[in-house]
Ligand binder design. Structure first.
Ligand code: ADE
Length: 419
């Protein structure tokens, strides 16, 4: 009997079929599956992963367990779990899994603690909840921990804050910061999956609409790019002058959110910060405006303030909450302000998660094999891992590139030659 808390085990066959389907687009992970099966680089290592329970994560779990890891999984967001995948993980891959789509905050933390009961030697986080919970409430578990990895920007920011405060008691590898991760997953993954979530939830045409993206990091860049591709008129809001300039020169309008709110049909937040869309914005928002968030936590839109202002609320479609305001306007909030791409769609496509999760798997092995005790801080992914993943991905795509000649290599390492 595999310990688990999932919605419905009878969904397992459907989940397995979708996991296999996703694997077709994950060639780097397929190579790793073969290598890990042979070499067993994680043999006997207790691992706990707090990740979005999707088809792509299931394929990461297959690679880790093929490598010998003793793995337990829990959800990293109450709304992102794919229940058929959770069922397949338990029934077909025999991996203890604690995740139910729509779970309450209490159940979310119960699941997190079930993953911690495993006494992990390695952790894999997406948002840093596992490490944070362990350090805050179960510090004795730190004794067994070699280190952990972190998947996302928000988690890396939290973990750096922990390290700055002297609170972090293990080394962490910031998978998010690998080039083969954020340049592809954050940009093209968030770009496509966020629009996918918006469209599945609303079925509204984007062409000709005014579409505001709050935050122009890698995720914001991807969303703006894809919204533009749909024919939307894109506005970017920013607090960073360099990013604002970049957005301007990319051809977007840039203005404060209060101005954008008055004219926008859609506003999507990807800032990583709280109350970015606040009461003053609701006060001026265009009637019918659609609000969504693709940042990690559901704090970017001040939902309690919206609830307070509203005179009524209805649910015209799944994942859409329509709030009525006293002056007759309405505001539509998608997916309760949680990650719209994972709640209303299926998260990033497999082809980008292929590289993100190859980083995860290789960094787990790297942490396992470290010889000397590292300082308790946040480390980058080793450059050779990043390069190896890029090379393998290109190979799998059948793309060849040029090599430097000896003369060119010499030129790049010399300073004598000039004009
Ligand atoms: N984060 C964003 N998209 C994801 C996916 N498809 N699987 C796991 N984590 C994700």
């Amino acid at each position: 009997m595999i310990p688990s808390d999932i919605k419905d085990i009878s969904l397992a066959d459907q989940g397995q079929a979708r996991i296999e389907w996703a694997f077709i687009e994950m060639p780097v992970m397929r190579i790793l599956l073969e290598r890990f099966s042979r070499e067993k680089p994680l043999k006997g290592v207790r691992m706990s992963g707090c990740l979005h329970i999707t088809t792509e994560t299931a394929n990461l779990a297959r690679v880790l367990t093929a490598g010998g890891a003793d793995l337990v999984l829990c959800a990293s967001n109450p709304l992102s779990t794919q229940d058929d995948v959770a069922a397949a993980l338990v029934a077909h891959y025999r991996i203890p899994t604690f995740a139910v789509k729509g779970e309450s905050t209490d159940v979310y933390y119960r699941h997190l603690n079930a993953a911690l009961d495993h006494r992990p030697q390695l952790t894999m986080d997406d948002g840093a909840d596992l490490i944070s919970e362990m350090h805050k409430h179960r510090p004795a578990l730190v004794a067994d921990l070699l280190g952990g990895t972190e998947e996302t920007t928000t988690g890396v920011i939290r973990l750096r804050a922990m390290a700055r405060d002297g609170a972090l008691k293990v080394p962490i590898i910031a998978v998010n910061d690998a080039l083969t991760k954020h340049l592809f997953d954050n940009r093209y993954g968030t770009g496509q999956s966020t629009l996918d979530g918006l469209i599945r939830a609303t079925n509204i045409l984007l062409a000709g609409k005014i579409f505001t993206v709050a935050g122009y990091g890698w995720c914001g860049r991807g969303i703006a790019l894809r919204a533009k591709g749909h024919g939307a008129n894109v506005i970017v809001t920013e607090v960073d002058p360099l990013r604002a300039l970049e957005a301007m020169m990319e051809g977007y309008r840039v203005m404060p959110l209060e101005e954008a709110a008055a004219i926008s049909d859609f506003i999507v937040t990807v800032t990583g910060d709280k109350n970015v869309v606040d009461q003053r914005h609701f006060g001026v928002m265009k009637d019918g405006c659609i609000l969504a968030n693709s940042g990690h936590f559901n704090v970017e839109i001040n939902i309690p303030a919206l609830e307070k202002m509203a005179t009524g609320k209805k649910r015209p479609r799944p994942y859409v909450e329509e709030y009525s305001l006293p002056d007759g306007r309405s505001i539509r909030l998608l997916a309760e302000g949680r990650l719209v791409n994972l709640a209303a769609a299926e998260g990033h496509p497999s082809a980008v998660m292929d590289m993100s999760f190859a980083n995860q798997a290789l960094c787990a092995v790297y942490l396992r094999n470290q010889k000397k005790k590292r300082e308790n801080r946040v480390y980058p992914v080793p450059k050779d891992i990043d390069q190896e993943i890029a090379r393998t991905k290109l190979q799998a795509m059948g793309v060849r590139i040029d090599n430097l000649t000896e003369e060119q290599e010499r030129y790049l390492t010399s300073w004598q030659e000039g004009t």
